[in-house]
Write a protein that binds this ligand. Structure first.
Ligand SMILES: [Zn+2]
Length: 235
């Protein structure tokens, strides 16, 4: 379950991320009025088995749900709520209707589980984002230079338009992007390659700037939950 919006007096439109069919919108009749029918199961982040009926339009009808895992312990800590909301919004925005993405689904379920069990620190969130972007074809490149393939050197720039980090000489040809610190680029490249070393807070903050820029560039807007993370003071 990615998100819900109220519809009329009694109903809801829910956005589901399904393992078999990708992102789907479903009409949940009576979800606002009837406690019995969905029994509070339509919370963002809940892992469900959903019985859906397809019709002629894009929106299915949600007939019944069973909760597989509610991740309810996530919801007693603001920092973990903020991270979970961020992941859900990211997945909602980068996934596609009716296009299955099993690696992304599995990564999201695993990340929410680790977050609930207090086993996912802030570096894990950055790793999740890098994996999520890779699974949806938006993978930023941190090493080597996204344009010439040479090492990015000591004055790299981060340029979402050209796919990631570019070296100093390429950045003269395409004068876009923002300066990136070599140690941040290196840490992100290592994380992307599968290293599990936790990043210090300063590197995480600089990484967040690059990822926010990259994601906003590809989506055409900043994710709303980024602001919530900033308000809560978490990363
Ligand atoms: Zn280059």
């Amino acid at each position: 379950m990615l998100s819900t919006v109220d519809f009329g007096e009694a109903d809801r439109i829910v956005t589901l991320f399904t393992r078999a069919h990708g992102r789907l919108s479903a009409f949940a009749a009576g979800a606002r009025k009837s406690k019995r029918r969905f029994a509070g199961a339509l919370e963002a982040g809940t892992h469900l088995t959903a019985w859906l009926v397809t019709g002629s339009g894009d929106t299915c009808r949600l007939d019944k749900v069973d909760v597989i895992r509610s991740f309810h312990r996530l919801r007693d800590d603001l920092a973990r709520i903020a991270r979970a909301m961020y992941c859900l919004e990211l997945c909602r925005e980068i996934s596609r209707d009716h296009q299955p993405n099993e690696p992304l689904f599995d990564a999201l379920a695993q990340y929410l589980g680790l977050l609930e069990e207090k086993k996912a620190g802030p570096t894990s969130l950055i790793k999740f984002e890098l994996d999520a972007l890779q699974y949806t074809g938006f993978m930023p490149r941190f090493s080597p230079c996204a344009l010439c393939g040479q090492p990015t050197g000591d004055r790299p720039r981060f340029d979402p338009e050209h796919g990631g980090v570019v070296c100093a000489s390429c950045s003269l040809r395409v004068p876009y992007g923002i300066p990136a610190r070599p140690e941040v680029v290196d840490a992100l490249a290592r994380l992307q390659a599968g290293e599990r070393t936790p990043m210090p807070a300063e590197l995480r903050a600089r990484s967040r700037e690059l990822l926010n820029l990259f994601i906003a560039h590809h989506l055409g807007r900043k994710l709303k939950s980024v602001e919530f993370m900033e308000q809560v003071g978490t990363d």
